[in-house]
Design a binder for this molecule. Structure first.
Ligand code: PXP
Length: 246
């Protein structure tokens, strides 16, 4: 039987709305509490270099407010490493980060950045933090992740989500095949595959159906839906769709 698929809810964009007015509402901590109350499996938050959404003080507040595991998304920098070591989240997902990008636009070049990543991965692992790399589902990046000794990779589903928006069925199929082949290869090599980026009610099920994938991290769409229906029903619906697909 396929294991239950975990849902990590990325609450960054609650903080985006808060920061638009500079005050403290809406509070991402309240969102984290709702995720916990509705049976979400984890909280994901990206502390960006420019602090455009989540801020340093939010991390400790989120960790205090819920028992859910925190998955900290972070760039591979000394500053973020120190923050991660101080907060000791359950997991740290290393992501590429460019100041000018609107969102994380592609996967981490784990192959090209081996020498930068290796000591960061080692320090995080030594601190008992579950390290994951946010990569494109390719042989080259998976191979590099294996060499870095990470227990988890998260496959970037952005290309798949774009293909869905374009209604490009051939591309959707090709992306699904790429992600599911790499998920199988990761699992075979002892790496737990996760996936995320751009997932919605419409496109989540084929990804959720990939049996080796253990966790999805979903943010922007859920927070957007929450504007219309509330966060709780939005998460419940996503959960139902994921369970149906499994
Ligand atoms: N996983 C990772 C590593 C991400 O960087 C993001 C975006 O911050 C997500 C998942 C969630 O993507 P989205 O907000 O498009 O659902």
């Amino acid at each position: 039987m396929t294991a239950k698929l975990r849902l990590g809810v990325n609450i960054d964009h609650v903080a985006t709305i808060r920061n638009a007015r500079g005050g403290d509402h809406p509070d991402p901590v309240r969102a984290a509490e709702i995720v916990a109350s509705v049976g979400g499996d984890g909280i994901t938050a990206h502390l960006r270099e420019d602090r455009r959404h989540i801020r340093d003080e939010d991390l400790a507040r989120i960790q205090t407010a819920t028992e859910l595991p925190l998955n900290l998304e972070m760039a591979a920098t000394q500053e973020m490493l120190e923050i991660a070591l101080r907060h000791k989240p359950h997991a740290a997902c290393i992501v590429p980060e460019k100041r000018e990008e609107r969102t994380t636009e592609g996967g981490l070049d784990a192959a090209g950045l081996h020498n930068t990543l290796a000591p960061i991965v080692e320090e995080l692992k030594a601190a008992g933090i579950r390290v994951s790399l946010f990569i494109e589902a390719t042989d080259r990046q998976l191979d590099a992740s294996l060499r870095l000794g990470v227990p988890v990779v998260e496959f970037h589903t952005g290309e798949y989500a774009h293909a869905f928006l374009d209604g490009d069925n051939a591309k959707i199929e090709a992306e699904l095949k790429r992600i599911s082949d790499m998920a199988a290869l990761a699992a075979k090599n002892g790496i737990e595959p996760h996936a995320g980026h751009g997932l919605t009610f419409e496109n989540v099920q084929p990804i959720a159906a990939i049996p080796q994938i253990a966790e999805l991290n979903i943010g922007h769409y859920l927070i957007g839906e929450a504007v219309f229906t509330g966060l709780e029903p939005a998460i419940r619906r996503m959960r139902e769709l994921m369970d149906e697909a499994r």
